[in-house]
Design a protein around this ligand. Structure first.
Ligand SMILES: Cc1cc2nc3c(=O)[nH]c(=O)nc-3n(C[C@H](O)[C@H](O)[C@H](O)COP(=O)(O)O)c2cc1C
Length: 380
């Protein structure tokens, strides 16, 4: 198979990627107390050893009390966590790789998926709205029931605190030696909840039309840019779907999407990451383009696609893991789309979680390993 579209180098600001394959961000909850240990460093380094062009870490908590609920999710603050991240960066660099942290604030989804005893403070929400009560979800129904009652909206000072926390995390990322910064703006978490008209019903500078719903994300991007300077690339992940409802959409048509993307692009995004379950699913009728393809077309900026590379098609919209059986080879389809210039980079999630050598197997034409769900529970 001619893998050339995957093997071409790619430049983003001061960073040269040797190829187009990126490890997708995947929360592994293997950082007790928020501290990544040697096992986490070795897990990421294995992907670098085996040729992945870039690693985007699992979501990492910014320094805000309502950012991330799970005690084993990594943090980007506190001396022990930062020492842990230095170890991760060193290990990845020694293996010849590049790594970006994914900055994460869960917003309305805080304390819903992995509620911890004693954590009953209301989550941070643009308008106090969690989401629809009848969406298609894979989180426990009890989690939704607990989260549904409206809370107070985020105040201006709450919003400024979070923007500052993103900026601080980005400054930390730069100081530690990360090669860029990824921002989680997808899946119904904080930034997405400002973009999404269902959860953002404010009528101040942070809500209203598409441009004002993008103002919070744009402010975060500007804070990150101010912290990382001109050389480090900034990637922003967005999605149509939300954890609050897999069928919800951010934008109904290309014009609406363009209105949301423009302020974000102007704020300093270098790479848009269009999160989808399958990279070959069109997002609007009348065009085969996926989300990344539309991001690229509407902004002129580079874009990264994701979803289902090496995996079989899902059988239902809310299945997260059960669709990973088999060792589908959809590389020819992926290569066609990249050859056509629809998007620039491809992120690979579960196939790389399952097998650190996945990309090497693709390069050498070796058979792929079947997906083993047990690998979701361990760092191989
Ligand atoms: C175990 C697991 C954890 C994930 N955690 C994150 C995360 O922390 N941040 C994020 O943006 N996406 C997360 N995702 C979504 C992946 O980045 C990716 O978009 C999704 O798995 C689809 O790609 P794939 O089909 O190649 O796995 C996660 C996915 C899985 C399977």
């Amino acid at each position: 198979m001619e893998l050339e579209p995957l093997l071409r180098p790619f430049r983003l600001r001061g960073l040269e990627l040797p190829n187009r394959v990126v490890m997708a961000p995947m929360s592994r909850y293997a950082c007790p107390g928020g501290v990544p240990g040697p096992d986490v460093a070795a897990y990421y380094a294995r992907r670098a050893t085996h040729g992945v062009g870039l690693i985007v870490t699992e979501g990492v908590a910014i320094d805000h009390p309502l950012a991330v609920d799970h005690p084993n999710a990594p943090r980007l603050f506190g001396a022990d966590a930062l020492t842990g991240w230095s170890g991760v960066i060193d290990a990845v660099r020694r293996a010849g790789g590049r790594i970006w942290p994914q900055l994460w604030h869960q917003g309305p989804m805080w304390n819903v998926e992995s509620a911890q005893p004693g954590m009953f403070a209301p989550s941070l929400r643009p308008s106090g709205i969690w989401g629809p009560g009848d969406g298609t979800i894979s989180i426990p129904l009890a989690g939704r029931e607990a989260a549904l009652p409206a809370t107070g909206p985020a105040s201006d000072s709450d919003i400024q605190d979070v923007i500052d926390a993103y900026g601080k995390a980005a400054a930390t990322a730069r100081r530690l030696g990360f090669d860029g910064v990824a921002i989680h703006g997808a899946h119904g978490y904080l930034i997405d909840s400002f973009l999404w008209s269902f959860t953002n019903q404010r009528d101040d500078r942070w809500g209203g039309d598409a441009e004002r719903r993008a103002a919070f994300g744009a402010a975060v991007v500007r804070a990150v840019r101010a912290a990382v300077g001109p050389d480090l690339p900034i990637c922003l992940r967005l999605s149509q779907f939300k954890m609050q409802d897999y069928r919800a959409v951010l934008a109904d048509n290309p014009d609406d999407l363009g209105r949301l993307l423009r302020p974000l692009a102007d704020a300093g995004v270098d790479l848009f990451d269009g999160s989808q379950r399958y990279f070959d699913t069109p997002i609007f009728a009348g065009s085969p383009l996926n989300l990344a393809g539309w991001m690229r077309r509407l902004t002129g900026l580079p874009a990264m696609a994701v979803g289902g590379v090496g995996l079989d098609k899902a059988r239902g919209p809310a299945r997260h893991i059960d669709d990973s059986q088999g060792a589908a080879n959809n590389l020819p389809l992926l290569l066609d789309r990249m050859r056509a210039g629809e998007f620039d980079l491809i992120a690979v999630g579960r196939s790389l979680l399952n097998d650190p050598r996945w990309f090497e197997r693709a390069r050498h034409g070796e058979p792929f390993l079947p997906f083993d769900p047990a690998n979701l529970q361990r760092l191989i």
